[in-house]
Design a protein around this ligand. Structure first.
Ligand code: NAD
Ligand code: TYD
Length: 352
């Protein structure tokens, strides 16, 4: 079996669902259930003996050690993190605790467990760390896309904390020989995405008749990847990645934010037209920019394609249509994630 951390969040939950559907190998899922963790994402696994959920913190070394000893996983896939840039600007403390200190405690527990395995199990063991393209910093309009050797230049407390965790993972391989793999992926979108991030926020706000807040001039560029393509990339790297290597994961799909928002509006106009016949675009509202806002991210995913044969299955057009349809078909999920805590965040963050 494998141990997944952060498997009740957006990407982690998609990964666990796809993993059990594609290979069926059992999963132990360790998640702290912060505001971003949602067991409803895994409701379809309620009667699946292949999924064992454990509520806990990756920073609790003793608890992680007990889990490892009990379940004897052949691999650990680490998704657990604080993940929202805007929240990291308002309060970086949790990002330092989970993304840096938490990853350190997780690595320590894994190192001790791995060190005690018999030689064949030790050789087969993998620790896969899920990271982001944001560690590389911001690109100018004509710059080449990020390769795995691009220098680290993180600009937000979120990306700095992820960068630190990447360095720790690297050091545990270099120093202790821990068999690690790291993936640095671009912006994901798809089902179960918490509506504080751009795409689900736009869908949910549009349907609620609320403004669609676009930061600054809306011309910041991100490289968008459908979440299930990220999951297939992680499975492939876990299966065949070279030890100690880093693999960039991206969708070859750079788009300015305003084009993303317009694409969401266009789909909603088609699939759920407004009662007054107007376009959802009329709800677009330009708001103050994010401090230190990175202008452009772009991923060069050729290493993953050439070495391991991975390619995304979805285009942006097919992926965004699936995503909008999923939100239209899951109003209850949306209603449930909009708890008091989430409403408080939206009120504070968008107050100005
Ligand atoms: P998310 O915020 O939706 O989910 C994070 C999950 O981790 C939640 O279930 C949360 O409860 C859990 N968690 C938080 N702190 C924990 C702790 N201390 N111990 C155990 N569990 C804890 O995030 P996501 O978007 O699913 O991202 C998952 C991973 O992928 C993160 O490491 C993130 O940096 C990385 N990533 C995300 C994107 C993206 O576009 N969302 C892109 C590239 C990489
Ligand atoms: P986000 O989904 O927060 O991901 P990240 O900051 O990790 O890339 O934001 C994606 C882009 O959308 C980013 O450039 C910020 C922008 N954005 C808005 O314009 N308005 C919003 O309300 C949000 C949440 C994001």
């Amino acid at each position: 079996m494998i141990l997944v951390t952060g498997g009740a969040g957006f990407i982690g939950a998609n990964f666990v669902l796809d993993w059990l559907a594609t290979c069926g190998e059992p999963v132990v899922n360790l998640d702290k259930l912060t505001y971003a963790g949602n067991l409803e994402n895994l409701a379809s696994l309620a009667r699946d003996a292949g999924h064992v959920f454990v509520r806990g913190d990756i920073g609790d070394g003793a608890a992680v050690a007990r889990l490892l000893a009990t379940h004897q996983p052949r691999a650990v896939v680490n998704f657990a993190a604080e993940s929202h840039v805007d929240r990291s600007i308002h309060g970086p403390g949790d990002f330092i605790q989970t993304n840096i200190v938490g990853t350190f405690h997780l690595l320590e527990a894994v190192r001790a467990y791995w060190g005690g395995l018999a030689a064949p199990e030790q050789a087969a063991f993998r620790f896969l760390h899920v990271s982001t393209d944001e560690v590389y910093g911001s690109l100018g309009p004509g710059d080449a896309a990020f390769t795995e050797t691009h220098r680290y230049q993180p600009n937000s407390p979120y990306s700095a904390s992820k960068a630190a965790s990447d360095h720790l993972v690297r050091a545990y391989h270099h120093t202790y020989g821990l068999p690690v793999l790291t993936t640095n992926c671009s912006n994901n979108y798809g089902p179960y995405h918490f509506p504080e991030k751009l795409i689900p926020l736009m869908i949910v706000n549009a349907l609620a008749g609320k403004p669609l807040p676009v930061y600054g001039d809306g011309m910041q560029v991100r490289d968008w990847l459908y979440v299930k393509d990220h999951c297939s990339a992680i499975r492939r790297v876990l299966e065949a990645g070279r030890l100690g290597e880093v693999y960039n994961v991206g969708g070859w799909n750079e788009m300015p934010n305003i084009d993303i928002v317009n694409a969401v509006c266009r789909l909603l106009d088609e699939l759920r037209p407004r009662a007054d016949g107007q376009s959802y675009r009329t709800q677009i509202s330009y708001v103050a920019d994010r401090p230190g806002h990175d202008r452009r991210y772009a991923i060069d995913a050729r290493k993953l394609e050439q070495e391991l044969g991975w390619k995304p299955a979805e285009t942006f057009e097919s992926g965004i249509r699936k995503t909008v349809l999923w939100y239209l078909e899951h109003p209850q999920w949306v209603a449930h994630v909009q708890t008091g805590a989430y409403r408080d965040w939206v009120k504070t963050h968008y107050a100005a």
